[in-house]
Design a binder for this molecule. Structure first.
Ligand SMILES: Cc1cc2nc3c(=O)[nH]c(=O)nc-3n(C[C@H](O)[C@H](O)[C@H](O)COP(=O)(O)OP(=O)(O)OC[C@H]3O[C@@H](n4cnc5c(N)ncnc54)[C@H](O)[C@@H]3O)c2cc1C
Length: 415
């Protein structure tokens, strides 16, 4: 893998930047791999990378039906934070956040991690009580977060309107080391580093069937031929139910469209992430100057990757009452992704009823921030054949056993 550096940019300038090699090769699928990972989103690619780097397993293919990072990984609003309520969540999200801090250096790829701080507003007494509970839980699990007053919020975000027409801002939960990163760069960086370690990344290769023998996976059927494997990991977010059906089991997951929009670019006006859960809108400003605005999830199951107008209206209304200064801005574009929601708003990482088939899904509306930690924990599970300490609590059996990891409060606007 050629090293990216300031010197490399200067050297390539001499040949008008015509000599850069491809970031990762376009692999042709082989007939057999030790591990096949379905889905080249952030979680699938990070899993492949940590399998190769941490466990020395490089006989790995990542199969992607479209283009790499074209699913939710390339469609999200990139919020990264770790101030979740429950211990297992705190562990995996904090592992992730801390891996994000050094990821550009580790992957030799600028993922533009920006620890600008994430502020979650409290706009009702009930919400303030919930943030207070989360703050205490965070202190117990060693996660840095602060319960802040309206005065402190005004210092952090001077353009905010504390006396909204519907709900005043009563306080908030502030994680100064949370922030954002460039989403495609996370996928590209992991893909490049995994390919350099020997992983085959195969785009335009749709998995259409899963073959088993005696209750154990033998191969996957794809649009580019059959591929045999010892272990199969399904990492396809909103399409997880479909892939589980191919393997012969059902998942406690619903697929719905979640949408986002961006405004026209303006000069710097907000230098942190603000989430207003009660009125339901959240915002950060991209390096280009656009406001990146997140909306709600559709209230019905669908696979449209579009989202609906009702949510745009609701989101823009929420933001204009929180930041009246943006009321005349034009919105440039809107899009949606299909998110995989579990009942307790926590992910599923674990084994399945089919031998050799493993799952990583259910990240719903908040899995971008978890990519490094989730990839790390899933790689450990694939290498050892059993979930490790970090993945252990997230098995699907928790729904049958009633030991849910309820993050629906921490995840009302789940990012
Ligand atoms: C609008 C929006 C905003 C969001 N905002 C945030 C946020 O601010 N912070 C945050 O932490 N999270 C956020 N999320 C959630 C986050 O984007 C997802 O949880 C995360 O990206 C999931 O990554 P993944 O790798 O599991 O899935 P994906 O990136 O969706 O990757 C799955 C891949 O599987 C492929 N695939 C599917 N079926 C097949 C098949 N049969 N064969 C081969 N390949 C297949 C798909 O093409 C896709 O590329 C947001 C999501 C959306 C939609």
């Amino acid at each position: 893998m050629a090293r990216y550096s300031a010197f490399a940019i200067a050297r390539h300038a001499l040949s008008r930047h015509q000599g850069w090699e491809r970031a990762w090769p376009d692999a042709t699928p082989r007939g057999r791999y030790k591990v096949v990972i379905v889905g080249a989103g952030g979680h699938g690619l990070a899993t492949a990378y940590y399998l190769a780097r941490e466990h020395g397993i490089t006989d790995v293919a990542v199969l992607e039906k479209g283009w790499l990072g074209g699913g939710n990984t390339g469609r999200n609003t990139t919020i990264i934070r770790s101030n979740y309520l429950r211990d297992p969540s705190a562990a995996i999200y904090e592992k992730s956040r801390s891996l994000y801090e050094g990821l550009s250096q580790e992957l030799n790829f600028n993922i533009m991690f920006s620890p600008r701080g994430v502020l979650m507003l409290g706009q009702t007494e009930h919400e303030m009580r919930a943030w207070s509970r989360t703050w205490h839980a965070n202190r117990c699990s060693g996660i840095e977060s602060e319960l802040v007053t309206p005065e402190r919020i005004k210092e952090i975000v001077p353009i905010i309107n504390l006396d909204g027409p519907r709900y005043p801002v009563l306080g908030g939960l502030w994680q100064p080391r949370g922030g954002t990163a460039r989403h495609d760069a996370v996928a590209w960086g992991y893909a490049r580093a995994a390919a350099a370690l020997g992983v085959d990344i195969i785009q335009r290769c749709e998995v259409t069937g899963i073959e088993t023998n005696g209750g154990h996976v033998t191969s996957v059927r794809t649009s580019r031929g059959d591929i045999a494997c010892d272990r199969l990991c399904l990492v396809v977010a909103g399409h997880s139910g479909e892939l589980a059906r191919m393997a012969g089991f059902r998942l406690p997951v619903e697929s719905v469209a979640l949408q986002a929009l961006v405004s026209e670019p303006v000069k710097p006006m907000i230098d942190c992430v603000v989430m207003a859960n009660t009125v339901h809108g959240y915002v950060s400003q991209s390096d280009k100057g656009e406001l990146v605005i997140g909306g709600g999830a559709d209230g019905f199951n669908n696979f449209t990757q579009r989202g609906s107008f009702q949510h745009i209206e609701e989101t823009v209304r929420a933001l204009t009452e929180t930041f009246p200064v943006i009321s005349r801005m034009r919105q440039l574009r809107q899009w949606g992704g299909i998110v995989d929601m579990t009942g307790d708003r926590s992910p599923i990482i674990g084994k399945t009823p089919v031998g050799g088939v493993f799952l990583n899904c259910g990240w719903g509306t908040g899995g971008f921030k978890a990519i490094p930690g989730s990839g790390w924990a899933t790689a450990e599970m694939l290498a050892k054949g059993e979930p490790g300490e970090m993945a252990g609590p997230f098995g699907m059996d928790r729904f049958a056993e009633g030991r849910v990891i309820d993050e629906s409060v921490a995840a009302a606007v789940a990012h």
